[in-house]
Design a protein around this ligand. Structure first.
Ligand SMILES: [Zn+2]
Ligand SMILES: [Zn+2]
Length: 372
C-alpha cells in the first residue's frame, strides 16, 4: 500500500478568508507522530478567530483546536510515553507545554511560557505546518497531550471532550459543585449545557439555566439534560427568579458563561449565597463591568477566573462520554466537510438564517456535507 504524500488542510489567510491547501506529509521520528483527524469541534473561539479578532498576528494558519483522531504514525519512544499504538483513537489537547518548567510541574501547564506549539493557533510557517484540526492530518509534537477515547462512539459525540471538559472543570473543579448543591448556569451554549451535565453527574440538588428568548430550544435541551428550571432573561429577572425558586437560599455555585454581556456578571454576584462561589468564564471583549466590590466582601463570595481546561477535566469528560449516560447526540446539530469550513463556522455563529446550532463539527474524513 502506498501512503499519499500530501495532506489537505484549511488555511486561514485573513478575516473571513479560508482556503483549502495541500501540504507535504511530514516525516516523523522516534519521539513524535501523526494523527488522522476524524472530527474537530468548533466553539466561540473559532468564530472570533474567523472574524479576525483572535490570532490575526499568526496568519496564515490552520485553525481547529478541538481535534479527535486515530493515531496514524507514532515513533517508538513516543508510543511508550503516550501509551498509544497506530489505530488508537485519541483526543488532542490544544497546548503543547514544555513539561519541565515550574508551572508545568505544578499542574499549571496552561500558563507554560516555553510552549512547543498551540494546536489551532500556530502559523503554517512553523514546521511541519500541520498544527490545526481542520486538516486530514495533525502533527503530534513530542510534548503533545493525548487522551485515549473508546473507538466505538460516533466521532461527533466523542469530539465533545472539549466542551464537556470545560463543563467539568468550571462546574466541579473550579466551582466546587457537589452533592445537593444549587448550581446556576448563566448562558446555554454548548458549554452551558455541558455544565448541566457535569452538575448532574456530581449530584447537584438543583440546576437552573438562563438564556435569551431566541434560545428556547437550547433551554428545552437543558431541561432534557437535567436542568430543573430555566429562565428567559429577556422576560424575567434572573436574581428575582433564583430567589423565588430557591426560597431565598440562592445558589451555591454560579457559572457566568455568557459572551460579551456584562449584566450577567452582576447578576451572578447577586444570585450567589453567602460564602458561595462564582466562576467567570464568559469573555467580555475587554469591556468594563460596573462592579461594586463591597458585594463580594459582604457576601464572602469566592470569585474564580476560568482559563481553559486541564488534563484531569478532559479525562473525566471522556469518562462521561464513554458512560453513555447522557443523550449527547441531542447536542450535536451540524457536521461539515473540510471544504465547507467557512459555512460551518458561520452556522455556529448564528449567521446562517434558519439554522440553530449547538454543537458543530468538521469531519475531514468525509466528502459529503450536510446536517447531522
Ligand atoms: Zn474551542
Ligand atoms: Zn512549561
Amino acid at each position: 500500500m502506498t501512503v499519499p504524500d500530501t495532506v489537505r488542510a484549511v488555511v486561514q489567510t485573513g478575516p473571513r478568508q479560508v482556503e483549502l491547501r495541500t501540504f507535504r506529509r511530514p516525516r516523523t521520528g522516534p519521539d513524535d507522530g501523526l494523527l488522522r483527524i476524524e472530527a474537530c469541534g468548533i466553539c466561540g473561539s473559532d468564530v472570533e478567530q474567523y472574524r479576525g479578532h483572535l490570532g490575526g498576528d499568526r496568519l496564515p494558519m490552520i485553525p481547529g483546536h478541538e481535534p479527535l483522531g486515530i493515531v496514524e504514525e507514532v515513533g517508538e519512544r513516543a508510543a511508550q510515553r503516550w501509551g498509544v499504538q497506530p489505530g488508537d483513537r485519541v483526543a488532542l489537547e490544544i497546548l503543547v507545554p514544555c513539561r519541565s518548567c515550574d508551572l508545568c510541574l505544578t499542574g499549571r501547564y496552561q500558563a507554560c511560557p516555553n510552549r512547543g506549539g498551540t494546536y489551532g493557533y500556530s502559523p503554517v510557517t512553523k514546521e511541519p505546518s500541520l498544527w490545526g484540526g481542520f486538516s486530514e492530518l495533525v502533527y503530534l509534537h513530542p510534548n503533545a497531550i493525548l487522551h485515549r477515547v473508546r473507538g466505538d462512539i460516533p466521532a461527533e459525540i466523542a469530539v465533545m471532550f472539549n466542551p464537556l471538559g470545560a463543563g467539568v472543570r468550571w462546574t466541579c473543579h473550579l466551582g466546587g459543585a457537589g452533592l445537593g448543591d444549587t448550581v446556576l448556569v448563566l448562558g446555554c451554549g454548548q458549554r452551558g449545557l455541558a455544565s448541566v451535565i457535569a452538575a448532574r453527574t456530581v449530584g447537584a440538588g438543583m440546576i437552573i439555566v438562563t438564556g435569551l428568548t431566541r434560545d428556547r430550544r437550547k433551554l428545552e435541551l437543558a431541561r432534557e439534560l437535567g436542568a430543573d428550571h430555566t429562565i428567559d432573561v429577556e422576560r424575567e429577572d434572573t436574581v428575582a427568579r433564583v430567589r423565588e425558586i430557591t426560597g431565598g437560599a440562592m445558589a451555591d455555585v454560579v457559572l457566568e458563561l455568557t459572551p460579551m454581556a456584562t449584566q450577567p456578571v452582576l447578576d451572578a454576584l447577586q444570585a450567589v449565597r453567602h460564602g458561595g462561589r462564582v466562576v467567570l468564564a464568559g469573555l467580555k471583549g475587554r469591556r468594563e463591568v460596573p462592579l461594586v466590590t463591597d458585594v463580594i466582601i459582604n457576601r464572602a463570595v469566592t470569585v474564580v477566573g476560568a482559563y481553559g481546561v486541564d488534563a484531569r477535566a478532559y479525562g473525566e469528560a471522556i469518562r462521561i462520554i464513554e458512560s453513555g449516560r447522557f443523550p449527547l447526540e441531542k447536542l450535536h446539530t451540524h457536521t461539515f466537510e473540510l471544504a465547507d469550513t467557512a459555512l460551518a463556522i458561520e452556522t455556529l455563529a448564528g449567521e446562517v438564517p434558519g439554522e440553530e446550532a449547538v454543537h458543530v463539527a468538521i469531519r475531514p474524513d468525509r466528502s459529503a456535507a450536510g446536517r447531522a
